[in-house]
Ligand binder design. Structure first.
Ligand code: NAP
Length: 258
């Protein structure tokens, strides 16, 4: 039987893609900091990551660092996680949130653009997770949560198309297979599949007209908010979620009934 390791009071959450001010990652970083987590923000925009960390530390009185990192670049990931490990308490949770959209229709898709979508959305998730897991396995405690998308379940239908949808479907398989290997180490591995959320990833800030069009088939009659997605992520990263693993959580206002 796997022993349950106690959740330490001094603990760090690594959140990728958390610098963008209106994004899901940033909302998650804020919520976790308000719950006492030390927070490491990894983002391709180093200046924005540093600013976000500064703001989070000042607002919540926790340790926070922002590190510029391209999750699709292994050296960059190695340097970023090494920096986190040397300056913050042990990493207990990782949220793989960095991602890019891709509205290109299939017959116009290029190998380069396809590779970039997979490099960031899937390979980035693999590389950051593998690097962070070493410490989690050693400490016999960890939470890994990644972001898939309703696009993986419905084949797009909102903004992004085949490359994005396929990369987000890969996150579900990754989560399930990795959870099998990590259970014995006391590490849970889950993902969430959000429906449309009011951020800037779908070609810029959503107009009211676009939000209304996206809401048409959503049972709750609106698109999601970042704080709602952050709440689910923080729960899955938290101390009470130790019996949840290999799961994909729908959070879509009823747009997809799985
Ligand atoms: P967002 O604000 O654009 O967040 C994505 C973040 O990832 C940005 O801070 C972005 O930085 C960063 N990033 C992009 N490429 C990166 C790289 N190579 N390395 C490190 N960081 C990188 O959009 P969001 O809506 O919050 O998206 C967060 C995640 O949720 C994404 O994985 C997305 O696919 C997923 N998701 C979103 C929705 C939705 O409707 N919003 C629905 C389902 C799933 P820059 O801003 O500097 O590019």
């Amino acid at each position: 039987m796997t022993e349950t390791t106690a959740f330490p009071s001094a603990r760090t959450a690594v959140i990728t893609g958390a610098a963008s001010e209106r994004g899901i990652g940033r909302a998650t970083a804020d919520l976790l900091a308000s719950q006492g987590w030390c927070v490491a923000i990894l983002d391709i925009d180093a200046d924005a990551a540093a600013l976000a960390a500064e703001h989070i530390a000042a607002t919540h009185g926790v340790q926070s660092i922002g590190v510029g990192a391209d999750v699709s670049d292994q050296e960059s990931v190695e340097a970023a996680i090494a920096a986190v490990e040397s300056s913050l308490p042990p990493i207990v949770a990782l949220a793989n949130i960095a991602g890019i959209s891709s509205p290109t229709e299939f017959m116009n898709e290029t190998k380069e653009a396809w590779d970039r979508v997979f490099a960031v959305n899937m390979t980035g998730t693999f590389m950051v997770t593998q690097r962070v897991l070493a410490g989690m396995i050693e400490r016999k405690l960890g939470r890994v949560v990644s972001i898939s998308s309703i696009s993986a379940q419905r084949g797009g239908g909102t903004y992004s198309k085949v490359a994005y949808s396929a990369s987000k479907a890969a996150i579900i398989g990754f989560t399930r297979a990795l959870a099998r290997e990590m259970g014995e180490h006391g590490v849970t591995v889950n993902c969430i599949a959000p429906g449309p959320v009011d951020t800037d990833i779908m070609g810029g800030t959503l107009s009211e007209d676009r939000k209304a069009a996206m809401s048409k088939d959503i049972l709750m009659g609106r698109v999601g908010r970042v704080d709602e997605i952050a709440a689910l992520l923080a729960f899955l990263m938290g101390g009470q979620a130790g019996f949840i693993t290999a799961a994909t959580y729908d959070i879509n206002g009823g747009l997809q009934i799985s």
